[in-house]
Design a protein around this ligand. Structure first.
Ligand code: DGI
Ligand code: FE
Ligand code: FE
Length: 195
């Protein structure tokens, strides 16, 4: 059995993998995830670690990403491979298992799905997805409203975040990942039928 690397090791490694701004963002996501976990009854330490590590693959070049995908034998779908921004989720989960020896599936899935979301998300997955949008260094019109809403109604806030993402990607003219559509539909259906 392997034991997850401790926080000091993770931080030291992230300092080498990420630039200063991305590290600051990661610490912000970690803190916000911990707060949302306390608010909504998720595991605070898992939230802290998942938030800290979620963007660990973000600093790699396209070539480094392609090499790592081969090394880890990752089977990625066409949309993920074609849209540079989407690779760091699944690749980050593989890196987190490898270099931080994280074996908790909920933490790994929170990292894997933090950019797209998916249907049937766990509370931890929702928390990391949303913290990524609202951590303190994020700045865009409406962020304060989304921050307030997140602590009142996690599901309503995440539906807004999915809608914003789809809207943004649509306006860019980029490929929309089907998991984001699935995630939004799933949450709307659950809300409508109180599931
Ligand atoms: O890594 P971060 O910048 O902290 O945040 P993130 O992991 O949520 O990535 C955000 C980027 O991912 C943003 O530029 C929009 C993009 N993105 C999210 N969903 C999709 C997407 N891009 C495409 N092409 N398709 C998507 O479905
Ligand atoms: Fe990310
Ligand atoms: Fe992020």
């Amino acid at each position: 059995m392997t034991v997850m690397k401790d926080e000091a090791y993770i931080l030291k490694t992230l300092e080498n993998l990420l630039d200063k701004k991305r590290l600051e963002h990661s610490i912000g996501v970690s803190n916000t995830s911990q707060q949302l976990a306390a608010r909504f009854g998720a595991h605070p330490h898992k939230a802290k670690i998942a938030g800290l590590v979620h963007d660990c693959a973000k600093g790699l070049t396209r070539q480094q990403m392609i090499d790592a995908i081969k090394r880890y034998n990752l089977r990625l779908d066409t949309v993920t491979i074609m849209e540079q921004e989407l690779i760091h989720g699944p690749l980050g989960a593989a890196m987190a298992a490898d270099i931080f020896e994280i074996d908790d599936l909920d933490i790994l899935n929170a990292i894997r799905y933090h950019t797209t979301g998916r249907a049937n998300m766990t509370i931890l997955e929702k928390i990391v997805y949303l913290s990524d949008f609202i951590e303190p260094s994020r700045c865009y019109p409406g962020v304060d409203r989304l921050r307030d809403l997140a602590f009142k109604d996690l599901d309503d806030a995440i539906i807004k975040a999915f809608s914003n993402t789809i809207d943004y990607v649509l306006r860019l003219g980029s490929l929309i990942h089907p998991l984001t559509i699935d995630a939004r539909n799933d949450m709307l259906i659950r809300r409508k039928y109180n599931l």
